[in-house]
Design a protein around this ligand. Sequence first.
Ligand SMILES: *[C@@H]1O[C@H](CO)[C@@H](O)[C@H](O)[C@H]1NC(C)=O
Length: 205
Amino acid sequence: MFAKIALPLFTISVLAGSALAAPFNPNTQSLARRHQSFDNWGGLSSFSGFDNFYGVDNFSGEVSDQVVVEQQEEVVCQAVSIEVVQQKLLVLQEMAKQIISEQVCEVETQTVVFQQFLSSCSHFSSDLLRTSGHQVGYDSAIVSHHGSFYNADESLSTYDLGFSGSDVGKNIVVPSGSNWNSATSPASVGNAFNAALGATSSSSS
Ligand SMILES: *[C@@H]1O[C@H](CO)[C@@H](O)[C@H](O)[C@H]1NC(C)=O
């Protein structure tokens, strides 16, 4: 059941990764090329302030600088079964759909903000391939807001979480313990990436 449902997520994220495996250039990506600003796009009020999040002409919010924060105790990766990982990622996927369908009513804005989410997520592909110059980690200050998503009755909260897109990257935690080997891993993760792209295109055709 989970495996079947998880496939669309895999398809979407890898497709986004394939389009954006090269460093994302907002000037050549179609949405951003035609509309550098989305503030009040099409006269739609739900786009008001859209550009404030990452900045004008910064549709996908590619992080330029990471600030790695020292941890009191080193964060080390600890492998769990792949299904546990797939389950958590699917929860994130469905939460994104819930947020977009319950908290945005204008359909054009639903569409654009979802594309922004995908393109912003996809930068992590080049981090994993070690072609971005970024370390593989996450912003712990942003993650810390996960507990504020829902009200006590499980409905989505409506208040401002108090940060902007420009805050991402300021509190990066880089877990250690991966098997990255600078001699062999560039080729092997490249192979893995291509195998995933191949699986994506054969399952979506
Ligand atoms: C785009 O947004 C990201 C995330 O806020 C930021 O790191 C980057 O510096 C911004 N780029 C530009 C050109 O403003």
